[in-house]
Design a protein around this ligand. Structure first.
Ligand code: CA
Length: 235
């Protein structure tokens, strides 16, 4: 992708931003290929013959249990209980772990340093409950996401694209919605941020084209994390 939508990138953030609510998969970890592969393996093992790894990028941001309920209903016409979905999600989490440790997203550490330089506090807002990633946050990004600054799948009733995760983030940060930004890589995550009334930055770190983020009304779209990090260091 060569400089997509570069002309729409403004010179700075809105004034008075105090908190950044940051998604995890595809933003802090380059973990989406592993998730797509493990979803594909899971559903194939459950008898879904139409499963393709690429499809799961579209559901990124949703709670895993919601994805499971949706696909099993749609493909196999099976209704699942919450407990069944939890058991199936545990299997998916195992398959994900088998993929190995997901690497840090190139540019993410520089992005966090840029936010810190601007005096912007960082919070994690993820639809994931993947212990193997959450445990690794402290070692990869020390000091940025202590336990009390995290909202995970376990803390909300409604996952993204519902605004609840980001509204909880604003509440946790103790700021006005006009003082918070969202950093996302998934269309459904951008939809959640916008539904919460927040300034939402999309970073297209995966295969989904920028147009999908325009459609969700992302306020700024960066082609990758490194260009977003560089921009933060220049403002
Ligand atoms: Ca994500």
């Amino acid at each position: 992708m060569s400089k997509p939508l570069a002309s729409s990138i403004p010179p700075s953030l809105p004034p008075g931003i105090k908190a950044a609510l940051i998604d995890m998969d595809g933003v802090l970890f380059d973990s989406m290929p592993f998730h797509a592969a493990s979803w594909h393996r899971l559903f194939t093992e459950l008898g879904v013959t139409t499963s393709r790894p690429e499809e799961y990028y579209l559901y990124e941001g949703m709670k895993g249990s919601d994805t499971i309920g949706m696909i099993l209903k749609r493909e196999l016409d099976i209704d699942t209980t919450e407990e069944e979905r939890r058991e199936i999600y545990a299997k998916k989490a195992e398959l994900f772990k088998d993929c190995g440790q997901a690497p840090a997203m190139p540019g993410a550490a520089k992005m966090l340093a840029g936010l810190k330089k601007l005096g912007i506090d960082t919070y994690l807002v993820t639809g994931s409950a993947q212990g193997s990633l959450l445990d690794n946050l402290d070692s990869l990004y020390p000091g940025f996401f202590p336990k009390e600054k995290r909202i995970t799948a376990l803390d909300v009733k409604n996952g993204k694209p519902h605004p609840e995760p980001y509204l909880r983030g604003v509440e946790k940060a103790g700021v006005d919605p006009s003082q918070a930004i969202v950093i996302e890589n998934a269309p459904l995550g951008v939809r959640a941020g916008k539904a919460a009334g927040l300034f939402t930055i999309a970073v297209t770190t995966g295969p989904i084209p920028a147009e999908a983020f325009v459609k969700e009304k992302a306020d700024i779209i960066f082609p990758d994390m490194i260009s977003f990090a560089d921009w933060l260091h220049k403002i």
